[in-house]
Design a protein around this ligand. Structure first.
Ligand SMILES: *Cc1c(COP(=O)(O)O)cnc(C)c1O
Length: 213
């Protein structure tokens, strides 16, 4: 099942799209099924689950932290995390930088932008972005390689499209001035087609690969 769903996605997606298989709550067996189909990029949203899976699974997996990250937990993943999608505060940035310095490892991050009006969504506002970005760029052990956004929980496709458009605009502006910027992480199982249409090149797909959680 997992293998079939993944292979259908591979067929559908063009080569420039990075597929992050979101394996939160799923077993190591499920992840190995995806791994054996060639998948190497996996996303988790909880630190403890991520470190446990990292310990048990092949070391060529690229682990992405996609969920809200508490500063006090950065130390558990700093040595191995491939990409943090959810850099959203000065406090978190300081801690990532500090942990990176300790082990002399530059950590790749996406700045999470608040594109949704939902109260619960984390992220840096468009208003605060310039100042935040300037600050992050002064930190030696953080390498910002793009932006991440989560659309509102709604069935209104126009609303989702507008939210993706807004982050895509910022992404394209940023790319012009910063050559490290390469990833726009938008789109999940239910909205990845809209995301790709709006210029997303990194999608985070859970249920469409692994089934409902
Ligand atoms: C769970 C999760 C996803 C994947 O969601 P699906 O709808 O299962 O594809 C993507 N991004 C984040 C940040 C998540 O927490």
């Amino acid at each position: 099942m997992i293998k079939d769903r993944l292979e259908n996605l591979y067929k559908e997606l063009s080569e420039d799209i990075n597929l992050v298989a979101v394996s939160k709550t799923k077993t190591v067996e499920d992840i190995m099924n995806a791994y054996n189909s060639g998948q190497r990029l996996f996303g988790e949203n909880r630190v403890q689950e991520l470190t446990e899976k990292y310990d048990k699974l092949p070391k060529d997996i690229k682990w992405n932290m996609i969920g809200h990250l508490q500063s006090n937990k950065v130390k558990y993943i700093a040595s191995f995390v491939d990409l943090i999608h959810s850099l959203d505060s000065v406090k978190l940035a300081s801690e990532i930088n500090k942990q990176g310095e300790k082990i002399n490892r530059v950590i790749n991050c996406l700045i999470q932008i608040k594109i949704s009006k939902d109260e619960t969504k984390y992220g840096v506002s468009f208003e605060d972005f310039d100042q935040f970005y300037k600050h992050i760029n002064s930190l030696k052990y953080i390498n910002v390689v793009g932006l991440m956004g989560m659309a509102s929980l709604t069935n209104n496709e126009d609303e989702i499209k507008d939210e993706f458009k807004s982050i895509s605009l910022l992404y394209n502006e940023l790319k012009l001035v910063d050559k490290k910027i390469a990833h726009l992480s938008i789109g999940m199982s239910n909205d990845y087609k809209l995301a790709i249409n709006e210029g997303g090149n990194m999608i985070r797909i859970g249920s469409r690969i692994f089934g409902e959680r």
